[in-house]
Design a protein. Structure first.
Length: 361
């Protein structure tokens, strides 16, 4: 059942600013998990759980005379992708990227064009290639060129009038790729960051059984891939005591990369990110997670990401600020259509988050 949810999450198109379909799916999956659930003006989902008894928490343990600790979780639901920027007289479509791609990985890709945000039945396929000569007639210089996003062209196989009838500027486009089990791992596009959505939902399901002494504000944020935007506005509203960003992080434990640059090891457990380009995590909070992991026999590893950032950067700096850290799932080949995560790391992240939230400090 858990992996079925992850497959549904990664196969639902939701480019930054176009998260409508995934929002609908998440609402359906979480409607029984929260005391209150709402959508903020930017489109992020805010689910609130009040302190509650359960298998691990007695009613007498719940805060009565003091305000409970408010912990905000941020799991961004958007993915990198494209929007239509031009349709020429021959019906060829050009796109603008939403989020960061390595164009070396964008050759000869099947894509899905999504003209209706609420109706996947209107989606239709295309194939994306750089404009120019095929290898049979290309010069050696031509074959060495790495195309820019602006060079990419989508061919839908439809007549120009039909393309213009179906599509408009700004429509969402995503790469079409399967979700596949490979050994002990799952491989798919947009595991960054549907993994975090899966972790957050799984942790909430566990809390519903165990109980918890804190107030949990679980936020499925929008527009992380284009500047950590949704988390910022949600954190301003919620004013959390503690903020935990949930995301993927690099696992570059692969050929061609020195060991000191691998960031994390896939299969090495949940990653506690000490620092990245957007945040320096609260060290006592990191240590609390490590103690929780030790007490619950959950594998963890520390990590530092030299560049890039997560929603945690927005959580930490919103309003008067809060203690914050990032819980990360090691992921190989991030921002490709073959992102890879180990099942054990998924479980470790979910279980560690749930264990911490039972009675956080």
């Amino acid at each position: 059942m858990a992996m079925q949810l992850l497959e549904k999450l990664v196969t639902t198109a939701a480019v930054s600013g176009r998260e409508h379909r995934l929002r609908k799916l998440i609402l359906a999956e979480t409607k029984t998990l929260f005391d209150e659930i709402r959508i903020d003006p930017m489109g992020s989902i805010i689910g609130l759980r009040q302190p509650a008894p359960g298998k691990l928490v007695k009613a007498a343990d719940l805060p009565k005379k003091r305000k409970p600790l408010r912990i905000m979780l941020a799991a961004h639901m958007d993915q990198i992708g494209f929007v239509v920027r031009h349709i020429d007289d021959k019906g060829f479509v050009r796109v603008h990227n939403v989020g960061g791609f390595d164009t070396r990985n964008l050759f000869a890709r099947l894509v899905t064009l999504c003209p209706d945000l609420d109706d996947p039945s209107k989606d239709f396929p295309g194939v994306m290639n750089p404009g120019g000569k095929p290898i049979h007639i290309a010069s050696p210089e031509d074959t060495k060129k790495i195309p820019e996003i602006s060079d990419l062209v989508i061919d839908t196989g439809l007549a120009p009038d039909e393309v213009k009838k179906r599509l408009k500027i700004g429509d969402m486009v995503v790469i079409h790729a399967p979700c596949t089990q490979v050994g002990s791992a799952v491989v798919s596009q947009c595991l960054d960051n549907r993994v975090a959505v899966w972790i957050a939902i799984g942790a909430m399901r566990k809390l519903a059984q165990t109980g918890h002494t804190c107030e949990v504000a679980c936020v499925f944020t929008v527009q992380e891939e284009v500047g950590l935007r949704g988390a910022l506005t949600s954190a301003y509203e919620l004013k959390p005591d503690i903020g935990i960003g949930i995301d993927t992080t690099l696992a570059v434990d692969t050929p061609g990369v020195p060991d000191d640059q691998r960031v994390t090891i896939m299969g090495g457990g949940a990653a506690l990110t000490l620092m990245d380009g957007s945040v320096i995590s609260d060290l006592p909070l990191i240590e609390t997670f490590e103690t929780t992991a030790l007490n619950n026999k959950i594998k963890v590893q520390r990590s530092i990401l030299p560049r890039g950032g997560t929603d945690t950067g927005s959580l930490q700096r919103a309003g008067s600020g809060c203690r914050a850290m990032t819980l990360s799932c090691p992921t190989r080949y991030i921002h490709t259509v073959t992102e890879m995560v180990h099942h054990d790391d998924l479980d470790a992240c979910r279980d560690l988050l749930a264990a911490y939230l039972v009675n956080p400090k």
